[in-house]
Design a protein around this ligand. Structure first.
Ligand SMILES: [Zn+2]
Length: 618
């Protein structure tokens, strides 16, 4: 927590920030500008509509008494907002469909925990819009509130009443060092939502393609994904350029191979050698926000590059990601936006809510649990059919739970009218192994169960299409840029999926092996072959080769190399790509984890070979 820049008056740049964005070039207005208006009644009989000059940042307005509100800049949970820090009332014109958004937060510079209780009441005239009592000791990030103002009034007094009290509600003097804040209070016009081309990217971690209904899975794991796939583009053969979270997400956000962006093991993050999608969109005037659930998708590894704010908390549940995602959509829906949501639930440990678990399993009497430390130690011979079915039921329950929460966000998108202008992309970073090749989980191998992922895209004007050609999640970045009308930089290896596609070879790799070797694959395209190569730790020698004819052996049961005339050029292209990526990438950016962060990753099953050379313990 940090408090800076007492402005005391109208010093906030919030309104300017809105206005600047609204005027930025390159924005595409997709709907006729149905300018919302407030009615202006000159004499009580002759009323006409006056344009609503929103969104209105209330910290920049004079109060009802004509004074300037007391405003400070508060930083909480890594997000800085201009905040009202005293009770204030504003007499405002309202649009026909007003929505008020604000965050509740505080600043505390004293020792120990902030004392007392924070009570906030927000009224529109005499009507209570929101009432909250918060324990300052638990308020570690902005708590967002989004409330429509109903009743059709043309003008109202919006009053924010901030009180510091004891547990029983008795008002106490504010102690030194404590500041109660209402962050970024903004009055929006719901009729302006959906006016700009925008993007919602959803990555549900660890969803293997063959556990998704749209790809023929018999269990109802993904009704919301399936519905979106029917209404948009669904990609039959999408692969990820890696089999674990960090490189796969960085590739999704940059459109380049892991060796190029540098996030290749738990000791290295984004090398910032190429622009990210959020950075490019932000430069074009988009609001860029993310809500994520794993350290690999956080600022620690450079995944916040280009985001105005990346809201990260380790292991948060899908319900919280959805709730915070909807708050974000409410805050930015009247501007062009790029919102990225990362849900972690299907990743081990498999522990779905009871309702989702019961969908796929009603009786299991064995001892295996979905906890990674438990099941990952068991080898194939020690696992019965019932045990495996139990783990799959838990995994499927997690997928269903995440799909349901994504569905809540999609419903919210529609309720706010944002679905008419928002490109929705839903995919996963990698799959998951359940003894398919004798092991569990992902990251160590590059077999089909860990590199094939679901991918569907829906957007206004996109004709529904089932695409058979092989695509990669490298293609997500240029697809988003193409939709937004932002030029695709030359660094991008992927291609936009919005137009007709031809077959193209897919490449991927992992350095997250237990023995420090590198693995890479080249798959499909004009060929029916997939090769997986294993390189020595120094990358100079090929230690192993596997070859699968995917047309006759799609489950990769037996490695059989093709004739040298077929194998040699594929092998050469694979090795050239691995080496040229590393030659073209920027300087490696070491990530120095705290002992707690490293232990947390180890507990989750992430173990890298090598040392933390160059990093000092913090
Ligand atoms: Zn992952």
């Amino acid at each position: 927590m940090r408090i800076t820049g007492w402005t005391g008056a109208r010093g906030s740049s919030l309104q300017g920030q809105y206005n600047r964005r609204m005027r930025s070039p390159g924005m595409q207005v997709v709907l006729a500008a149905g300018v919302a208006a407030a009615l202006v009644c000159a004499s009580g009989s002759a009323c006409r509509r006056r344009p609503f000059a929103g969104p209105v940042a209330l910290v920049t307005q004079r109060t009802a008494s004509g004074a300037n509100p007391r405003v400070a800049t508060l930083a909480l949970g890594g997000e800085t907002r201009a905040a009202l820090v005293e009770s204030a009332s504003f007499l405002v014109d309202l649009p026909a469909r007003p929505l008020l958004t604000f965050g509740i937060g505080l600043g505390w510079t004293g020792d120990g925990d902030a004392p007392g209780w924070y009570r906030l009441t927000v009224r529109a005239d005499d009507h209570v819009l929101a009432e909250r009592t918060l324990n300052p000791r638990a308020l570690r990030e902005w708590r967002d509130v989004s409330v429509p103002i109903e009743g059709g009034a043309r003008r109202a007094t919006l009053a924010f009443d901030l009180r510091f009290t004891d547990r029983d509600g008795r008002v106490l003097p504010l102690p030194p060092g404590l500041v109660l804040g209402v962050g970024d209070p903004v009055l929006h016009d719901l009729d302006a939502y959906g006016r700009y081309r925008s993007v919602l990217l959803v990555s549900i971690d660890t969803v293997r393609r063959d556990h998704v209904g749209a790809y023929g899975y018999a269990r109802p794991t993904t009704p919301r994904f399936d519905a979106l796939a029917r209404a948009g583009l669904v990609f039959d053969d999408a692969v990820s350029p890696s089999s674990w979270t960090l490189p796969a997400h960085l590739s999704m956000l940059t459109g380049v191979d892991p060796g190029r962006h540098g996030g290749i093991d738990m000791r290295h993050g984004f090398n910032r050698s190429v622009p990210t999608v959020p950075a490019l969109l932000r430069a074009s005037g988009f609001a860029t926000r993310a809500v994520t659930s794993h350290l690999y998708v956080s600022s620690v590894y450079g995944l916040d590059d280009g985001f105005e704010h990346l809201d990260f908390r380790q292991d948060r549940k899908a319900t919280e990601v959805a709730d915070r995602g909807m708050d974000v959509l409410d805050r930015v829906g009247d501007r062009p936006f790029f919102v990225f949501l990362h849900l972690y639930d299907p990743h081990w440990h498999y522990d779905p809510p009871d309702w989702a678990r019961r969908l796929f399993e009603t009786a299991y009497a064995g001892s295996v649990t979905g906890n990674w430390q438990d099941f990952s130690r068991r080898e194939r011979g020690a696992v019965s059919d019932a045990d495996l079915a139990h783990l799959l039921a838990l995994y499927d329950g997690e997928i269903r739970y995440a799909d349901t929460e994504v569905g809540r966000v999609l419903d919210h998108l529609a309720a706010r009218g944002l679905d008419r202008s928002t490109l929705v992309v839903i995919t996963s970073d990698h799959g998951e192994e359940f003894l398919d090749h004798g092991s569990w989980e992902h990251q160590k191998t590059l077999y089909e169960e860990v590199v094939r992922v679901p991918l569907a895209i829906r957007g206004a004007g996109l004709e529904p299409r089932r695409e058979r050609a092989q695509v990669s999640t490298l293609d997500v970045a240029p697809t988003i840029l193409a939709w937004a009308g932002v030029p695709v930089p030359a660094s991008v290896t992927g291609r936009s999926l919005l137009g007709p596609l031809t077959e193209r070879e897919a490449y991927g790799e992992t350095d997250h092996t237990v023995d420090g070797t590198h693995k890479l694959f080249l798959r499909g395209g004009a060929s029916r072959w997939k090769t997986i190569l294993t390189l020595s730790a120094d990358g100079k020698e090929t230690r192993g080769e596997e070859w699968y004819d995917l047309s006759s052996d799609p489950a990769e049961r037996k490695s059989v190399p093709p004739a040298p005339t077929v194998a040699d050029p594929i092998r050469r292209r694979a090795l050239e790509r691995w080496r040229s990526d590393r030659g073209a990438g920027g300087a490696a950016r070491p990530v120095c984890l705290s002992p707690e962060q490293r232990e947390r990753l180890r507990a989750l099953g992430y173990v890298s070979g090598g040392s933390d050379e160059g990093c000092r313990e913090r």
